[in-house]
Ligand binder design. Structure first.
Ligand code: ARG
Length: 590
């Protein structure tokens, strides 16, 4: 694999050498380089260096400038302001850099792998058995999937865990009801759709609930089934498994609609840690991390108190002996650290569960399961709001079904695709396919383009708009480049480093070069929104470039045309790769 040194790194190296020549005691000091509007890059590291050396910053900067080797990479460098260095890169260096990225036939655009990759276990896309998925589950799935792609792209070993809610007291009622009405989930060998599976589960859930609330004897029988389930009674487990299987049919149908790969082997729900719960409690109690309090096994924290000022404990085992959400998560930590050998545990979970994770992580640290080498992070996401700024609900105040939302996004996107196809080039099948890619892309992008921690408004009109920071805008930019490449006919993209570049070409080229850095940052910070912002800017820079620099008409000289087609194509490849990391398709025709 051919990894390409980015221009900013080359410039940085040039400046570092000049700094050590001008000020040997500074060693390999960081010039603190960044992109700038004034020049291509600006370095302001001279200020701190001068201060440390007791020198005049402008004078030091001038000495550094005199030692910078200009030529192939740096065309010009000058002192500005209080002692900044303004750097202009050579046109040829930009084109050569992009040509090297373009030549990387792995599709990675020369992006290097992380120098010290580790193993991350990521907990995301974790709906609950026998329950409808809602917008919160959408966020976890969409953000988690993007982070998986980003991390894998940097070379990290990623183990996916879908910690589905498949265990707990609510199953007693369901199991008992199904046992008394055995035909309810019997499909007679016929295949059921995700929608049918969910409607079966929903009907069962409601019926079981009704019986549970109205029939005391049923209630008793249902409670007994919870005990049977926890004891691992074979018949009870077999009935429970039917709920899990039926739910998976539904989950997989939603993940498929989301155009997202979720593998059965990675679904390890709460039940998967059942065998570890007693041991987890024993370890915590023996080490004194957890203590008995009114019969329950609890962990206390100095800084976590309820409104009444009393400490709020993390309850690991209830006084009746039952285990809850915390015991499962603590056991999962042991599994992920000691068995899966993770050095990072990442949880893509709603911010409303932050207190739970703070307590769970702190408990695991006290137990020695987490430490300086093995860390746990909650990638906490905000709430999905309606247009009115309140948590997203239907007009009747009910939670919105995820599938309905996705279908509506697809419908609207399909309308947009149909409308834009003024010349009637697309057939019905193509319109439907593009509509799906645009609609699902719109939903994902809306989620990924704001930082995860923030709440965001679910506004379908805005999401499928062609103007502004939307996936549709990016998808059209990509399709437009492909249409340009098609129209160019026998003129093919080719790099011409000998040509002088237009400012719009330079701006575009330097931004393409920054892809590697952006991806590295987005992966390291679990921040897909940084990649989204980068891609939006890439599309905007391309629009400006295409406006200012004719590619086909009026016809430029052949070498200029080839070079511009090359710039267009490398932009397209970057858009495509970036969107793929966000889980969004880029059709070549729209
Ligand atoms: N199933 C949970 C929910 O729907 C999310 C699980 C989060 N992961 C975890 N390890 N607790 O809220």
């Amino acid at each position: 694999m051919a990894s390409v040194t980015s221009l900013s790194d080359s410039v940085q190296q040039h400046l570092s050498s000049a700094i050590s020549a001008a000020l040997p005691e500074a060693g390999s000091a960081d010039p603190l380089l960044r992109r700038s509007d004034r020049a291509d890059y600006q370095a302001n590291g001279m200020l701190a260096l001068a201060k440390k050396a007791g020198a005049n910053p402008r004078e030091l900067a001038a000495q550094v400038v005199s030692r910078v080797v200009t030529g192939d990479v740096i065309a010009d460098v000058e002192v500005s302001g209080p002692g900044f260095l303004n750097v202009t890169v050579a046109d040829g260096a930009i084109v050569r850099n992009l040509a090297a990225r373009y030549a990387d036939d792995t599709g990675r655009l020369g992006v290097p792998l992380a120098s010290e990759p580790g193993t991350t276990v990521i907990d995301y896309a974790q709906p609950n058995v026998a329950k409808e998925m809602h917008v919160g589950h959408l966020r976890s799935a969409v953000i988690g999937d993007a982070v998986v792609q980003l991390l894998e792209f940097t070379g990290e070993t990623v183990v996916r865990r879908h910690h589905i809610g498949d265990w707990g007291t609510q199953f007693g009622m369901l199991i008992q009801y199904l046992d008394e009405h055995p035909h309810e989930l019997d499909h007679g060998g016929a295949e059921v759709s995700g929608e049918e599976a969910m409607s079966n589960l929903d009907r069962l859930y409601k019926a079981a609930r009704r019986k549970f609330d109205s029939d005391e004897e049923f209630k008793t029988r249902a409670r007994r089934r919870v005990v049977d389930l926890q004891a691992g009674d074979a018949h009870t487990l077999a009935t429970w498994q039917k709920f899990v299987d039926e739910s998976k049919i539904y989950f997989f149908s939603v993940f498929e609609k989301l155009d997202m790969e979720v593998r059965d082997a990675d679904i390890v729900g709460e039940s998967g840690y059942n065998d570890m719960l007693a041991e987890t409690c024993r370890l915590l109690e023996e080490s004194g991390v957890a203590v008995r309090s009114e019969g329950a096994l609890c962990v206390f924290f100095d800084d976590i108190k309820g409104p009444d000022g009393k400490p709020v404990p993390l309850i690991v085992q209830k006084s009746d002996g039952g285990y809850g959400y915390a015991a499962t998560d603590l056991s999962a930590i042991r599994d992920r650290v000691f068995h899966l050998k993770a050095d990072t545990l990442l949880y893509v979970v709603d911010a409303r569960q932050s207190l739970h994770f703070r307590m769970v992580f702190e408990t695991a640290r006290r137990a020695g399961w987490l430490n300086d080498d093995v860390k746990a992070v909650q990638l906490a996401f905000g709430t999905v709001l309606g247009k009115d700024g309140k948590p997203f609900k239907t007009r009747e105040g009910e939670t919105v079904k995820l599938v309905d939302l996705l279908d509506e996004a697809i419908d609207r996107a399909t309308a947009v695709v149909r409308e834009k196809d003024t010349q009637g080039l697309l057939g019905e099948e193509e319109i439907a396919e593009r509509g799906t890619q645009v609609g699902i892309g719109a939903v994902k992008y809306a989620d990924l383009s704001t930082s995860a921690a923030r709440d965001y408004k679910f506004d379908l009109d805005q999401m499928v708009s062609l103007n502004g920071d939307t996936s549709v805008y990016l998808q059209y930019a990509y399709a437009r480049i492909h249409s340009i490449l098609r129209k160019a006919g026998e003129v093919r993209p080719a790099a011409h480093p000998e040509l002088e570049l237009h400012p719009a070409e330079r701006a575009l080229g330097l931004h393409v070069d920054a892809f590697a850095e952006t991806v590295g940052e987005a992966a390291a910070e679990y921040a897909p929104h940084k990649l989204a912002a980068y891609l939006y800017q890439l599309a905007s820079l391309f629009t400006t470039f295409y406006d200012k620099c004719p590619v086909i008409k009026p016809e430029p000289p052949r070498d200029v045309a080839e070079n511009r087609l090359f710039l267009s194509d490398v932009t397209a490849k970057t858009l495509h790769q970036g969107m793929a990391l966000l889980g969004i398709r880029t059709p070549e025709r729209l």
